[in-house]
Design a protein around this ligand. Structure first.
Ligand SMILES: *Cc1c(COP(=O)(O)O)cnc(C)c1O
Length: 459
């Protein structure tokens, strides 16, 4: 790109548009009450800017839509499958690729085979579905992110890093009960923070010295590789795909949600080198997802993902992606809104504990802020705090390490003026934060309670 000018623009133009529906404050107030003050229960048409998640919400490219026309829906051995498998192996050359309908299906299959009571799975920070699938198998999920990763305000270039000392100590004590060590890149629940290549190498060495398999939760591998390219010594001249291949070479397998970096509206996979384990996982796949050459996906999905994987590692796209997320975060920071720093790849995380310090963790400050952003400006965000993580395996409730509200940015979907509007709404809600009420949970489901729990404000 021409380096004379510094404005980083969207490296695409708009080809097809979707209308947004405007609502009044009164309509939103009614809608959120009807939803039990849970943003997952809203009708999406009542949302103006939807930052609930970057999962499956991105805009597909012209070339992905074109690829869909090549979808071959043969039950077995479809050419779409072979194109998908080749695109995955181009970046992640694991021996076996097992397609699933989304990331959690890959997790469920893997942990139902390697998990179970008495087992322990370390991760830098487990994503919610990953933790739930580990625990559902009867195993324990343990988070071992570096101490800087627990502190919203600390600046560190790779805040998603695993605490290698803690990992080594845990393996010394319990290697025999650890079926797999996981590393989430980027660390979604910890603020979308990247993991350095040096740290990935470190995890890999420790795992190999104890003979324990090392898997990646690689949902945002391309964004993570871009941060490595930008921030890590000696990496700035490398191709993104080359960095990704090195990351893959350090691991024994991966679980993947293709709804993130690969620009899928649906999709995922499990990939691994171990032949025996792959066979057991394929048997589970056939039981619950489908035949091994389509898993939980159609031929056209496989085609869209094969093309999306190629687009995910393009430098112009990644430069824009990371810069446009930082644009939102930097503006909120400049306006005095406490955010997790440095700004992560796919989302900006507002520190609700700092902003709503008058609300105790068990009255859900993150939920309070998320509800206020919706009522005020029609923005849908996601609590990542005690609502999501407070329920303990023994049934008690405890405060989460952080009370965050995630503003996740769907890929290639919103323009800068949409984001300018978000900045205005968040800044205005933050000014009145001290007046916001806490919440109590009035209905709580057994697992993954944040999706369907209901709340009421505390007067
Ligand atoms: C989204 C996500 C998952 C789960 O994937 P789904 O496609 O939503 O099932 C797992 N890990 C991380 C880090 C994620 O972001």
């Amino acid at each position: 790109m021409d380096q004379t000018f510094t404005t980083i623009i969207e490296p695409f133009r708009i080809h097809s548009v979707e209308p947004l529906r405007m609502t009044t404050a009164e309509e939103r107030s009614f809608a959120i009450e009807q939803a039990g003050f849970n943003l997952f229960n809203l009708h999406a048409e009542d949302v103006l800017i939807d930052l609930l998640t970057d999962s499956g919400t991105g805009a597909m490219s012209r070339d992905q839509w074109a690829a869909i026309q090549h979808g071959d829906e043969s039950y077995a051995g479809s050419p779409s499958w072979f194109r998908f498998e080749a695109a995955v192996k181009e970046l992640f050359p694991f021996r076996h690729v097992i397609p699933t309908h989304q990331g959690r299906a890959a997790e469920r299959i893997l942990f139902s085979v390697v998990g179970g009571p008495g087992k322990l799975v370390p991760n830098n920070t487990h994503f919610d579905t990953t933790r739930a699938n580990v625990e559902f198998s009867g195993a324990e999920a343990r988070d071992l992110v570096i101490p800087e990763g627990h502190d919203a305000a600390t600046i560190h270039p790779f805040k998603g890093n695993m605490d290698l000392g803690a990992l080594e100590t845990l393996l010394q004590e319990r290697a025999a009960t650890i079926p797999v060590v996981f590393l989430t890149i980027t660390n979604n629940s910890g603020g979308g923070q990247p993991v350095s290549l040096a740290n990935i190498r470190g995890v890999s060495e420790i795992c190999r010295s104890y003979g324990v398999p090392f898997f990646l939760d690689a949902c945002r591998f391309a964004e993570n590789a871009w941060f490595i390219h930008e921030r890590e010594e000696g990496q700035s001249q490398r191709d993104i795909s080359d960095i990704v291949r090195e990351i893959a070479s350090l691991a024994d397998g991966m679980t993947m949600s293709a709804k993130k970096d690969p620009f899928g509206n649906i999709g995922g996979w499990l990939a691994l080198n171990d032949d025996d384990l792959a066979e057991k996982c394929r048997n589970m796949l056939i039981l619950t997802e489908g035949f091994p050459t389509y898993g939980g996906l159609t031929g056209r999905d496989l085609e869209a993902l094969a093309q999306g994987l190629k687009e995910a590692v393009q430098p112009d796209y990644l430069r824009y992606r990371i810069r446009s997320t930082a644009y939102l975060g930097d503006a909120l920071d400049a306006a005095g809104v406490p955010v997790v720093k440095p700004i992560g790849g796919h989302a900006v995380y507002v520190d609700a504990k700092a902003l709503l310090s008058h609300i105790p963790p068990l009255q859900y400050p993150g939920q309070a802020l998320a509800v206020a952003l919706y009522k005020s400006g029609g923005i849908r965000s996601c609590e990542i705090g005690t609502v999501m993580f407070g329920r303990q395996p023994d049934g008690t409730e405890a405060p989460a390490a952080m009370e965050l509200v995630r503003l996740a940015i769907p890929r290639r979907t919103y323009t800068q003026s949409h984001i300018d509007y978000v900045i205005e709404v968040v800044t205005s809600v933050a000014k009145d934060a001290a007046s916001l009420p806490g919440y109590r949970m009035v209905r709580e489901p057994q697992a993954l309670r944040h999706f369907t729990a209901q709340f009421e404000p505390i007067a």
